[in-house]
Design a protein around this ligand. Structure first.
Ligand SMILES: *[C@@H]1O[C@H](CO)[C@@H](O)[C@H](O)[C@H]1NC(C)=O
Ligand SMILES: *[C@@H]1O[C@H](CO)[C@@H](O)[C@H](O)[C@H]1NC(C)=O
Ligand SMILES: *[C@@H]1O[C@H](CO)[C@@H](O)[C@H](O)[C@H]1NC(C)=O
Ligand SMILES: *[C@@H]1O[C@H](CO)[C@@H](O)[C@H](O)[C@H]1NC(C)=O
Ligand SMILES: *[C@@H]1O[C@H](CO)[C@@H](O)[C@H](O)[C@H]1NC(C)=O
Length: 621
């Protein structure tokens, strides 16, 4: 019987062994893997590409990767079954699934046993913007302390050692337009010539020139080509997945890629499109490993403090039990951060638990974009505020709306038809990411045309919770669920659902010292409670009973009786959103009369402050 150890280290050999015993490769993999994957979940034995640097991982071993689907390539063909002239093995017919490179002698391309199969490739990147506290974010590359259980399998130098030189590896993949003789036969002799120990430098060279297409600038971690063999239609762009699969980092892949590039460079008649496309679709495996998917778990959330299933109230009795006290502590903490402004802290909580729970036609329901105006511009206050939010949510991004960024940063993903890939942009984010727009940095009046288009894209994100990806000849709409917080000094170019003008009651002489003191006063365990609280409150269900609906309608009529101008349908809608979020923030999943009254009071406070603010700024010269 294969052991767990065998499965992790050499799953393909286990499959081959079981096949000898008369099982089909497919049924063996499917049955055994599904049981084993759930088994592995408990023991976390499968090394993660997010945590372990690539050169510590054994080629062809089982690994996992938590990622976002950044791009989906066209389906590709590969040799599902092929025959070799291998004299040592009793079976010359081999299975080509879950592999990039053929094994066991020269492939017989004329064999009648050859079966061409189809698979799909997803280009996957780590989930953008995961916070430091988010242990899911992984430690790969950046600050890795290898655990004792991983022994480096390959040195950068001895890449080839693992690699059986007596085999005649061939790349499995081919495109329909090339005959297999062209794509494989020709490269074969060349490949042997180039088998000098110089790959390392060539890979390094590629590293610097290859754009890994991360949505956010400064992201780390591996990108990966995930090969999908089944049900690829069930995945969509920007899905968050945990993929379990077989790691393929065969250096021969890079050699094949290098040769293609070299030969195309020599041959100037070659269409440049192919070169570009090949560079992007077949990057060196040492840089972008291949992962042959056995199983993928869609991620419902990426908060490591919660069970991996959808957060449910009864799962989290302990949190909900002390929900009232956690909420109160969080409110006090945010009040300190907002320099004594308890109303702004209240609205910040509502914002942080908001969520697009449904859509009516194109209108997203439940979003609550907050315009926090009156933020001090002179100090790096907004940066501190962002760091506080980053401490609380699993993933976030601070977008400084300075002119340089607005005019130069790529926001909307666009399709590069030459390289045949989707070039990512800042707004290609996984659902439930918090986006912090810092408008205090925006100087007035010098936006150029692309800057204006970028502002429009942000406006569409806020109003419609969608991003229109640019496919050159048409735009494709991608609905999303992004919490947008706008920190502004005064004027705002962007729409929002609600606005609170910051009114500090404290005036600390040194803002930075004050804010770090506020931070230090929090016990680390308190942060974990806040993080769980926010995720759970955000996921709670909510209903309004018929009785309360009638009461709200009556109240609306009543409020308009004296002054119809005082309350528009839009105001009522916002009031209902505030009432919903306020109830949820107290762990109540239905609206009560009391909850309705409290929401009205809160809104009255906010509106009166806004009006005072307007008259104050109106009096200014
Ligand atoms: C919300 O309701 C849906 C459908 O009624 C249910 O599947 C889900 O588990 C509920 N979520 C929570 C957090 O209770
Ligand atoms: C945003 O700015 C960049 C850089 O100037 C530009 O390439 C891009 O087209 C702009 N985005 C939109 C949606 O226009
Ligand atoms: C993100 O959330 C929106 C809900 O507004 C949904 O329509 C969309 O399909 C989600 N995207 C992904 C990739 O799950
Ligand atoms: C955001 O707040 C500022 C300052 O009061 C205001 O001028 C602007 O109109 C607000 N924007 C929206 C859309 O609420
Ligand atoms: C986003 O949050 C909502 C509510 O908490 C949840 O139902 C949904 O699964 C989340 N989606 C992702 C991709 O995290």
């Amino acid at each position: 019987m294969p052991t767990v150890h065998d499965w992790i280290n050499n799953p393909l050999a286990v499959v081959d062994g079981q096949k000898m015993n008369g099982f089909s490769e497919r049924s063996v993999l499917k049955l055994t893997c599904l049981t084993l994957v759930s088994f592995f979940f408990c023991f976390f034995q499968v090394p993660s590409l997010n945590d372990v640097p690539l050169y510590y991982l054994k080629p062809n071993s089982l690994v996992k990767f938590r990622c976002m689907v950044q791009d989906m390539f066209d389906p590709e063909f590969f040799m599902g079954v092929y025959e070799t002239n291998d004299l040592t093995s009793n079976s010359k017919v081999k299975c080509g699934k879950y592999k990039d490179i053929t094994v066991g002698g020269q492939v017989d391309f004329n064999s009648r046993n050859t079966v061409t199969s189809e698979r799909q490739t997803f280009y996957c990147v780590p989930i953008p913007g995961e916070s430091q506290w988010n242990s899911y974010a992984g430690t790969s590359q950046a600050r890795v302390v290898p655990s004792t259980s991983y022994v480096p399998n390959r040195h950068k130098r001895s890449y080839e050692e693992d690699y059986e030189m007596d085999t005649q590896p061939q790349e499995m993949k081919y495109v329909r337009t090339q005959s297999s003789a062209e794509s494989h036969g020709n490269t074969e002799p060349k490949r042997q010539e180039t088998e000098a120990p110089s790959h390392d430098s060539s890979s390094v060279h590629c590293t610097s020139s290859l754009d890994l297409n991360f949505p956010l600038p400064g992201e780390k971690g591996p990108a990966c080509l995930v090969k999908v063999y089944e049900d690829w239609d069930s995945f969509k762009l920007n899905d968050m997945l945990e993929v379990f699969g077989i790691l393929s980092v065969d250096p021969a892949l890079s050699v094949i890629a290098d040769e293609r590039e070299a030969s195309s460079l020599l041959d100037h008649t070659e269409v440049t499109e192919t070169v570009e496309e090949q560079r992007v679709h077949s990057p060196p495996a040492s840089l972008v490993p291949r992962l042959h998917m056995l199983y993928a778990q869609p991620l419902v959330h990426n908060n490591p403090l919660l069970p991996s299933s959808a957060p449910e109230s009864n799962d989290l009795c302990s949190v909900l039990g002390e929900l009232a006290s956690v909420r109160a502590e969080l409110h006090t903490y945010l009040t300190h951060v907002l320099m004594g402004d308890s109303l702004a802290a209240e609205y910040l909580i509502l914002h942080l638990i908001s969520n697009v729970y449904s859509r009516r036609d194109v209108l997203p329901l439940g979003k609550f974009t907050l315009n926090l105006s009156g933020c001090p511009h002179s100090s790096p206050y907004t940066e501190h505020l962002y760091k506080v939010i980053q401490q609380l949510v699993p993933s976030s991004y601070w977008l400084c709306m300075c002119l340089h960024n607005m005019n130069n940063q790529r926001m909307v993903p666009w399709k590069d038809y030459t390289a045949n890939r989707l070039v990512s942009g800042t707004l290609q984010l996984a659902n439930n990411t918090s986006l912090f727009l810092d408008e205090t940095q925006l100087e007035q009046g010098q936006l150029d045309a692309t800057g204006v288009r970028n502002i429009t894209a942000l406006g569409n994100l806020i109003s419609w919770q969608k991003v229109d990806y640019d496919f050159n000849y048409h735009q494709m709409e991608f609905p999303c669920n992004i919490n947008v917080l706008i920190a502004s000094e005064g004027r705002s170019l962007l729409p929002s659902d609600s606005q609170v003008h910051l009114r500090p009651t404290l005036n600390p002489p040194n803002l930075e010292e004050y804010l770090s003191a506020v931070q230090v006063a929090q016990v680390p365990s308190q942060f974990n409670k806040y993080r769980i609280y926010l995720s759970v409150a955000r996921a709670l269900n909510y209903t309004i009973s018929d009785e309360i609906t009638t009461a709200v309608e009556d109240d609306f009529v009543e409020m308009r009786k004296d002054d119809p101008q005082s309350m528009s349908a839009e105001d009522l809608h916002r009031l209902l959103v505030v009432a919903r979020l306020l109830s949820l923030s107290h762990g109540q999943n239905t609206l009560s009369r009391d909850g309705w009254m409290k929401a009205k009071q809160l809104e009255a406070l906010r509106i009166s402050r806004t009006q005072q603010q307007k008259s104050v700024s109106g009096n200014e010269p």
